[in-house]
Design a protein around this ligand. Structure first.
Ligand SMILES: Cc1cc2nc3c(=O)[nH]c(=O)nc-3n(C[C@H](O)[C@H](O)[C@H](O)COP(=O)(O)OP(=O)(O)OC[C@H]3O[C@@H](n4cnc5c(N)ncnc54)[C@H](O)[C@@H]3O)c2cc1C
Ligand code: SF4
Length: 338
């Protein structure tokens, strides 16, 4: 690891000023991703600005029944919070499906959103990678890409976004709150926060240099809606998603039709993929197996699989159909025959 300076910030303003004063600085949350990348020589910051002691560890109530999750709330604390478990079970499930218990005890809400892709070419500075070194090429496209994207990729990058939590946040219509020093505070929809690679894969998100994630805002859940996170991975112990799905479902209690569905995929694209085509087809429909499968297939028709990752399409389809069927079965508005 290359030598670096270390600054511990005691306020947001001090953190932003320290970042601005040290070109190439990085903020340090739990360090579980950043420090790994420093050991690999992928990240070489001259200065680490430690923001882990900032007072951003609260989970607070928002007017109307939502929650404000501070950026330093640890993944295990967020998953275990009784309000999260009751109001947003899919968020708790997504967090618990990610990493190991030890990692979740250290990993933060802000750092989880900003963790980098697990593409092995990105993690190896001896290999070409447009995300790590723009213009150097994409080693994965013709190389090993079994874990890579089938939706929304570009000729410049086919990496997937690794966070399970971010997939749940996309389905929940959460917002990300950002502090930008003299620029004040702004919020960005979780569905927009991560970007598709296009011709700038080095930019994972819409965050601006020096901005700090201060919180995630969760809107109040719709009364009666049920939710679920399902993840397919290569082993039961910790592993990143090959494919995952987050579903929020609300049925009309009178006729069992879909009043509202939110559906997001993980492991398939450079960002959590909100399945708007499937959502539109299912809204107002009776969620029987045929209708669900047709809607999910319509979404996945946009996929452009590579040589070795076409398996992700049936995997995502089956995962999603099973998840929706399970939710229909437990929804208070489900028809008695289901
Ligand atoms: C073995 C292993 C398995 C894993 N498996 C999974 C998995 O299955 N699913 C999953 O989702 N994750 C998984 N992870 C990833 C893990 O969840 C992330 O490493 C962790 O969430 C990152 O959080 P952190 O606070 O440690 O971030 P850090 O490493 O501190 O930071 C990550 C990035 O975010 C920036 N940053 C941190 N906080 C802020 C902030 N508030 N504002 C602005 N910038 C900030 C840092 O500068 C850095 O660039 C795994 C990790 C490991 C090592
Ligand atoms: S897929 Fe993206 S991250 Fe992986 S080598 Fe290609 S450009 Fe780099």
């Amino acid at each position: 690891m290359k030598p670096f300076a270390y600054v511990r910030a005691t306020s947001l303003r001090e953190a932003a000023e320290a970042y601005a004063a040290h070109p190439g600085a990085r903020y340090l949350g739990g360090g579980t991703n950043l420090v790994d990348l420093m050991k690999l020589g992928v990240e070489t910051p001259g200065t680490l600005v430690d923001i882990s002691r900032l007072p951003l560890e609260e989970i607070g109530e928002l007017p109307g029944g939502g929650l404000r999750v501070g950026a330093m709330v640890r993944n295990s604390d967020l998953a275990a919070d009784p309000r999260v478990r009751t109001r947003y079970p899919l968020l708790s499930q997504a967090l618990l499906a990610g990493a190991s218990g030890q990692l979740r005890n250290v990993a933060t809400t802000g750092g989880n959103l900003l963790q980098r892709t697990r593409c092995t070419y990105f993690q190896d500075p001896s290999k070409p990678c447009n995300k790590r070194e723009p213009g150097s090429g994409c080693g994965a496209r013709a190389g090993i890409h079994r874990d890579h994207a089938v939706l929304g990729h570009s000729e410049h990058c086919i990496a997937t976004h690794p966070s399970d939590m971010a997939v749940a946040l996309a389905a929940l219509d959460a917002e990300v709150e950002l502090y930008g020093g003299t620029g004040g505070t702004r919020t960005v929809a979780a569905t927009e926060f991560h970007r598709l690679p296009e011709d700038h894969p080095e930019q994972d998100t819409l965050i601006r240099p020096g901005e700090i994630i201060t919180a995630v805002l969760l809107p109040a859940p719709a009364p009666g809606a049920v939710s679920l996170y399902r993840k397919a991975r290569e082993r039961a112990s910790y592993a990143f998603a090959l494919a995952s799905v987050a579903v929020v479902l609300d049925l009309d209690p009178d006729d069992g039709r879909v009043r509202r569905i939110a559906l997001a995929f993980g492991g398939l694209a450079h960002r959590p993929w909100r399945a708007t085509t499937a959502e539109a087809r299912l809204t107002g429909a009776t969620p029987d197996a045929g209708a669900v499968r047709a809607a999910v297939d319509a979404e996945l028709a946009r996929a452009l699989p590579l040589r070795d990752n076409a398996y992700k399409i049936p995997l995502a389809r089956n995962l999603t159909c099973d998840a929706i069927a399970a939710l229909v079965g437990q929804h208070p508005g489900a028809p008695a025959t289901q």
